[in-house]
Write a protein that binds this ligand. Sequence first.
Ligand code: ADP
Ligand code: MG
Length: 351
Amino acid sequence: MKLFLKKSKKQWKTTVWMCIFSLMVACLGFTACQRNPTCYQRIDTAMGTVVKETVYVEKGGEDITAQIRQQIVTLEDQFLSRRKDSAEIYQINSHAGEVQGTAVSEPLWEILQKLLEVSERSGGAFDFTIGETVRLWDIDSYAAKEKEEVVLPSLDQIAESLANTGYEKLQFQNGRINLPKGMQLDLGAAGKGIACDAVLTFLRNQPHVAGAIISVGGSILTYGKKPDGTLWKVGIVDPQNPSDYIGGLRLEGQWCVSTSGDYERYVEVKGKRYHHIIDPDSGYPADAGLLSVTILTRDGMLSDALSTACFVLGYEESLELLQSFGAHGLFVDKQGNVMLTPGMEMYYVPR
Ligand code: ADP
Ligand code: MG
């Protein structure tokens, strides 16, 4: 008994310390739980497309999702829109043919230089000076059901619009850009990817955001981690049945995924589909044997621009281009075959 009491004193001491320790652990657990990121979701429209946001954030989630949308709206209004007169692209287009050209802000200058590089390296398959031809086809208006009676452009009209197209005709000097008369810039093929880049910059400055997956139309940004540790899942739409998926990409951390497909915006005349991705060589909707192309890179603008370029080029012609940019590709051809570049294989899981 004496022995027991003697030991029990020691035991008491241990027990008290264990209690204190357990309490500390419990408290820590409680704060960790308090801090556990909560999932906020928001579906909205911006840039003429659907924006879906899922953000894991410790606090202020609603504010963060609203600010993300605002980033995209500002980008469109200030720089990229060809319809809003507040945007630089609108201003540049409206001064086409004027000798003095138009002053370009630093952020847009940087964007245009990078896009020029994609135009050059894709041999002009991606060409953001194609605005006049895009306007001529006006596929967006049919897709949005703003126009019902379909009038396809004539060969002469197409030839005329192509005469005013060509990135090599652009002149950049002293912070100004000169467009030849009749040329119109259209950043539609890269805008959603540029939006993903802007959102990424914003998220990197938000210490409370643990992870996020944001889709701006066909371009998707993944960032950080999910609290449960599972990978991001990005579905790949089945171009033959766009309400379904052919599979998905499993991604860890920060990536950008962009898809271009003939099912996104189109009009059908006598059983033939005319879609919104134009081959700058012919002036007609691109027909390189593909239904869709998905590109995976770290950079949103690049993934978006390359998805359009590769759709125009076709599978074989795209491989070298993708390799040179260190980008991965998934192609679906007209027979429904799925082709992957070697770097894509580890991320793709078919359904
Ligand atoms: P989405 O806009 O549906 O994501 P894309 O990224 O492929 O699809 O971009 C298609 C848009 O880009 C068209 O609506 C048009 O505005 C513009 N565009 C069409 N063809 C080309 C091209 N060859 N190069 C650059 N821009 C293009
Ligand atoms: Mg694109």
